[in-house]
Design a protein around this ligand. Structure first.
Ligand code: SF4
Ligand code: SF4
Length: 310
């Protein structure tokens, strides 16, 4: 089915750029692929898709780019975007370490999984002339028993101007067994998000993409081809950006050491075991996906792994 849909914003080449910034295991790749498929097959668009992800160890930061254009626009490449019109941030802790506000287009929409206000998020992004949309996607996903990517995907589709009813119809068809959870997550995300538009002001001006953050090439390589290891390595990264505020709460007294959590954890280093017993969560490795919370069984003393919103 094709719908007469026009993109809300485009750059000089006719592309509307979407960038998702997430951690391995968050489902950004799946959300990006679904967005691209829906745009091209149901909303009459064309474009390109690029997912940059590698090891899921230690909460590795990943990003996914979807670049939409109207049919008939020449598509010459599908690489990652550095100039997004729509930015989706899966954890607000990623904003400052990755400087996600750099390179945003004027009038851009920033969708952020956060309990903070749009004003607080715009201060982290250091941006003006943008719209900031905040939602507690982690809580919405847990309450609806969906995944983190669904609430963020919902608000992105809504802000792009895709018909909510049409997108929900497609989601139901794509995952019929998870339809109730996903539709609940979608509706809750759209209705519970809060937004604020910030006019261009003196506080923050538009910032270009820092040279050191792009791929290594002739513009940022030193004479003789030497690579600046401090800029282009992850050796100094604090991997706890993955978990702050997002790791499960562990109650050792309720744990029966059944080991089920180990079977679902995408980075078992996040689960601390000693002498056959589960001992806790290692924040250096856990990326807060909450899969272990979903499978941890109810015991007579309660549930060992829970989400603590306090
Ligand atoms: S799934 Fe829950 S009860 Fe079983 S070992 Fe893991 S934390 Fe303990
Ligand atoms: S310990 Fe739990 S929340 Fe942390 S990465 Fe593993 S499954 Fe996800």
């Amino acid at each position: 089915m094709s719908i007469d849909f026009r993109l809300p914003m485009t750059d000089d080449l006719g592309f509307c750029n979407v960038l998702m910034s997430a951690l391995g295991g968050d489902g950004a790749n799946m959300a990006g692929k679904l967005l691209y498929k829906i745009g091209c097959t149901d909303f009459g668009l064309d474009g390109g898709f690029d997912a940059r992800y590698g090891s899921e160890k230690k909460g590795t930061a990943t990003d996914v780019s979807v670049r939409f254009c109207n049919l008939g626009t020449p598509v010459r490449q599908s690489g990652p975007t550095k100039r997004p019109h729509f930015l989706v941030v899966f954890h607000d802790d990623l904003i400052q370490p990755l400087d996600l506000g750099a390179g945003m287009c004027a009038g851009a929409v920033c969708i952020v999984n956060s309990e903070k206000s749009p004003e607080a998020i715009r201060q982290l992004l250091k941006l003006s002339g943008v719209k900031v949309v905040c939602l507690d996607a982690t809580r919405i996903a847990a309450e609806s028993r969906s995944r983190l990517n669904m609430p963020l995907f919902a608000v992105l589709c809504h802000e792009l101007g895709f018909s909510d009813a049409e997108v929900m119809r497609i989601i139901k068809a794509q995952w019929p067994r998870a339809a109730d959870a996903n539709i609940t997550a979608y509706s809750s995300a759209v209705s519970q998000s809060t937004s604020q538009t910030f006019e261009r002001d003196e506080l923050f001006s538009e910032r270009p993409v820092p040279l050191g953050q792009g791929p290594i090439g002739w513009r940022n390589m030193h004479n003789g081809g030497t690579i600046d290891a401090l800029t282009h390595s992850t050796i100094n990264r604090d991997n706890r950006i993955a978990g702050r505020g997002h790791v499960p709460k562990f109650d050792e007294g309720a744990c029966i050491s059944c080991g089920i959590c180990l079977t679902v954890c995408s980075d078992p280093g996040g689960l601390l075991w000693s002498e056959g017993r589960m001992k806790g969560i290692d924040e250096q490795y856990c990326k807060g996906c909450m899969r272990c919370v979903e499978v941890c069984p109810d015991t007579k003393k309660g549930r060992a792994l829970t989400i603590d919103y306090a």
